[in-house]
Design a protein around this ligand. Structure first.
Ligand code: SF4
Length: 165
């Protein structure tokens, strides 16, 4: 079973968030942080921007380009503070593409800081992701979501009201 990137990414923050997303309890689509992400994409990359979708998953990749014969998928971030999550996210995209026989590298772009970083998927990354997927699948099969556990990301989470109201 393939896991949608949005659920995989949520799992890296909070297992409960992943479970809620898998049941489509995505309460707040107007969440400001999502809007800022869209704005950055449109504002800085409108001429080059393309979107690709991974079949079956409807996973949107921010930006795609070819350079010196190599295929890059890019993730646009607001600041270096989200660099680590961007790396995790991109490696998952690369993993999904690799499963489809598409060799690609990742590119993290932080327009506001004029930064860019290349990411590659190693054999170790693939094993790590596979293990993570197994754990995530076990959680998603449960009837009830994992317990609420307050973390610093809660205040920016679209499920905040649902968890703490
Ligand atoms: S509000 Fe906190 S506990 Fe609830 S889903 Fe979001 S991150 Fe997880």
């Amino acid at each position: 079973m393939n896991i949608a990137p949005s659920i995989y990414n949520a799992f890296n923050i909070c297992p409960r968030q992943a479970w809620l997303l898998s049941r489509q309890l995505t309460a707040d689509q107007q969440n400001t942080y999502l809007d800022i992400g869209r704005l950055i994409n449109g504002e800085f990359f409108s001429r080059e921007k393309k979107e690709i979708y991974i079949p079956d998953l409807a996973a949107k990749i921010d930006y795609v380009k070819k350079r010196d014969g190599e295929f890059f998928v890019a993730e646009v971030k607001k600041s270096s503070a989200t660099m680590q999550s961007g790396i995790v996210q991109l490696k998952y995209y690369l993993y999904l593409l690799d499963k489809k026989g598409i060799k690609a590298k990742g590119l993290i772009k932080i327009p506001k800081e004029k930064k860019s970083m290349e990411i590659e998927l190693s054999e170790e990354d693939k094993k790590f992701i596979l293990e993570k997927i197994k754990t995530l699948q076990d959680i998603l099969k449960r009837e009830e979501p994992p317990q609420v556990k307050k973390i610093k990301q809660c205040r920016k989470c679209a499920h905040y009201e649902f968890c703490f109201a």
